[in-house]
Design a binder for this molecule. Sequence first.
Ligand code: G3P
Length: 218
Amino acid sequence: MKFFIDTANLDQIREANDLGVLDGVTTNPSLMAKENIKGEANIKKHYVDICNIVKGDVSAEVISTDYEGMIREGKELAALHPQIVVKVPCIKDGIKAIKYFTDNGIRTNCTLVFSVGQALLAAKAGATYVSPFIGRLDDVSTDGVELIRQIVNVYNYYEYGTKVLAASIRHTMHIIQCLEAGADVATCPLSAILGLLNHPLTDIGLKKFLADYKKVNG
Ligand code: G3P
């Protein structure tokens, strides 16, 4: 399973990248706003800055909701850098736009996916990635990880090439559950990635190793 970081914060992207286990980045308009990145030129520059930090795919989301607008924006975003994947919402014009991008060699991430039916349309349109939002489903008493499992099964059975990118991950347990469910990618906040390291027995064990070393070595 690949690891993407879900943020537009350059320091966090650098920190995750320095770990040596980062495969890519996802952003969205809310994450860009959180970093106070505004204005078309600044937003585009920020995407390029992200691409220059990491080696893998970087999702950049369109803000148009009509077909023509999405096509114009998506072409501009894709032209910024070869690592850019155009993120498109799972709405009617979005599916049409994904089909256009697929036919024209532009990679896509179909976002805001909350059902198998939406994931089916994304795959049929040829999306590179589909992003089911598991945390937001959990928020409304629906099992987000179960949706990952269902989409993985359907894609495997029908041999769709679209990768399942588990999004809206909130904590380390989500990451482990996505691994078990067969997700191709998990995009996570830095806290969840670093949280995987935490174990009290590691801390206790390390403390004892160092104390024992000191006993005989001074
Ligand atoms: O990748 C999608 C993600 O940014 C949404 O996460 O926590 O706002 O539901 P969240």
